[in-house]
Design a protein around this ligand. Structure first.
Ligand code: 5GP
Ligand code: MN
Length: 337
């Protein structure tokens, strides 16, 4: 993988066909970073399209440009043609091609140059012609901001780009709360604010646009599905298909739920497993030195960041929860003390 700085001159050399993509079930950072880059490349005269590997949460539908995003699963033929014809394929907010699920084969076979911009650990470097991987960054949106500024496009940062970038930084830093929120992050936000966009409106779109059913569902989960394991400073929640069905839960409604138990005094790790059609999907969150990235990698075919990771299991909900209890002991030194 060549450094991203080697790619910058190419931006001015020709008009390229560009695909910009991210991980499946894009979150605020994935959708924000891909759309911000889209708005930048289009201004430079490139022919860009954002392709999402799957559908996404409804609370992202207000974002500028989201109506142009191609859902790979819904429009496979169109998406495959775009991927095959692309000169450049930007891969944002994921470290391994498998994070794009059914899109992986097409992406791996693409003739164009793949370019990585990501902040997850252990990227598949050999798959990328150019790129930057920096786990010290708060978000991929912060990295796209650097990409725009460092490639000379600072003056092209308009309201649309600012709204997209703000979304990803806000969601990935827990609203500027996590340790990853550096002085540079705040400087970047100051610059974005100068475009005049309303950050309160972005917050409302992301956090205050759910329906009643989602709040009732959270109440149900916290009351009836949360198990607190005090001797391990851990809480775990297991959500069945029946729970999802009863409260009419769709993509995005479960986002953020995993964080709630961390507000209990002393709790250092929170986990949630949700019975999805094709797999049991795990999310892990932790505080301080508790490394859930390593834990997800070792036991749940996953990964992510030290304090926020995900994983999966093909086992039943009951069995994967049992497995969680069995392996939790490896984290004991980090959780206790
Ligand atoms: P979430 O729990 O919000 O789905 O994901 C937390 C973090 O872990 C995100 O940065 C996400 O990209 C990453 N992540 C989630 N699931 C997986 C997975 O199955 N594999 C890997 N490598 N990373 C994941
Ligand atoms: Mn991210």
């Amino acid at each position: 993988m060549n450094p991203i700085t080697a790619f910058y001159p190419l931006l001015q050399e020709k008009t390229a066909k560009v695909v910009i993509t991210c991980h499946q079930k894009p979150d605020g950072d994935a959708m924000g970073s891909t759309l911000a880059l889209y708005h930048y490349l289009v201004q430079l005269g490139h022919e860009a399209t954002v392709i999402s590997p799957t559908n996404w949460a409804a609370f992202l539908n207000w974002m500028p440009g989201v109506d142009t995003v191609v859902d790979f699963e819904a429009k496979i033929k169109q998406a495959e043609a775009l991927i095959a014809e692309a000169d450049w394929l930007f891969c944002l907010d994921f470290n391994t091609l498998s994070r794009t699920k059914r899109m992986e084969t097409a992406l791996a076979a693409a003739k164009g140059d793949r370019i990585l911009i990501d902040h997850h650990q252990e990227p598949q470097e050999h798959m990328f012609a150019y790129g930057i991987s920096d786990t010290g960054k708060s978000s991929t949106c912060e990295m796209v901001y650097d990409f725009i500024v460092d490639s000379g496009g600072s003056q092209l940062i308009n309201q649309a780009i600012a709204q997209c970038l703000y979304t990803g930084v806000m969601t990935d830093t827990g609203s500027f709360r996590f340790p990853s929120t550096t002085a540079s992050v705040h400087r970047m936000i100051a610059h974005l604010k100068e475009t005049g966009f309303s950050h309160s409106l972005v917050h409302d779109h992301i956090y205050d646009s759910f329906l009643e059913n989602r709040l009732r569902f959270i109440g149900h989960v916290l009351l009836n599905r949360m198990e607190v394991i005090y001797e391990m400073n851990t809480a775990v929640m297991a959500i069945s298909k029946a729970d999802l069905y009863r409260f009419d839960i769709t993509t995005g409604d479960t986002e953020g739920l995993v964080n709630y138990p961390l507000s209990i005094q002393g709790i250092k790790m929170a986990a949630i497993v949700i019975d999805r059609d094709e797999e049991r999907k795990w999310s892990f969150r932790s505080k301080g030195d508790v490394d859930v990235n390593q834990f997800a990698r070792q036991f749940f075919e996953g990964g992510g960041h030290k304090n926020a990771a995900g994983g999966r299991s093909s086992d039943s909900l009951e069995n994967t929860l049992k497995h969680f209890h069995e392996v939790l002991g490896v984290l004991q030194p980090q959780l206790i003390g």
